[in-house]
Design a protein around this ligand. Sequence first.
Ligand code: ZN
Length: 232
Amino acid sequence: MRTVIHLLLFALLIVGVWQAKIYAEREFPEDLPWTPLVIEQPVGAATQTKITQLTGDKPRCLALFSESELSVVPRDDERVNETCAQVDSVSLEQMTAGYAPGTVRLACPLAAALAIWETNVVQPAAERTLGSAVARIDHLGTYSCRRMYGAAEGRWSKHATAEAIDIAGFRLEDGRRISLIEDWGADSDAGAFLEEIRTGACDIFGTLLGPDYNAAHRDHFHLEATGFGTCR
Ligand SMILES: [Zn+2]
């Protein structure tokens, strides 16, 4: 009899855990590492990990875009030399805003992180804080075959594999321009907007270096999909 009761309690426990799993997967998939990444889903505890896992898995990264209104065009990976290469290579095609300069070729996981940041952080913050959507994102480039800070020695930059992008500013649909060099730290709506999108980026990108980090980053956010959560 006792064994039967124990088995029954155990079965109830299993059913309970199973129900909790189904509930969690429906209510907050963004916090669960085993659920698929979706660009339009809210940002959660597992978002950054899932983006990082796209590294070296281009089919999975492309599949993410195939289920979104945003799109990228797959490009052939290219090795330039021993260190520099275009890896997981794609070009941005349809994002929530245009980019200037217009042709942006970069690693797919970084494109995914940008898509999630634009959708969940940048556009909502612009609408709420500035009353206008972002029409264009000004950037300073992705691929550049160089070491960090362009030094002759030391670690290679993630730009050497097009796994980093430098974002310098935003143009709104109403024509206003916001730049990191002019508006970072300002006691204004533009300053609040930049602060808010920086904070939001920290939950998405593995690495963010901006004006608070050092003078070399005074005019841009350096963003990488991967990293150890450095966000300064
Ligand atoms: Zn950079």
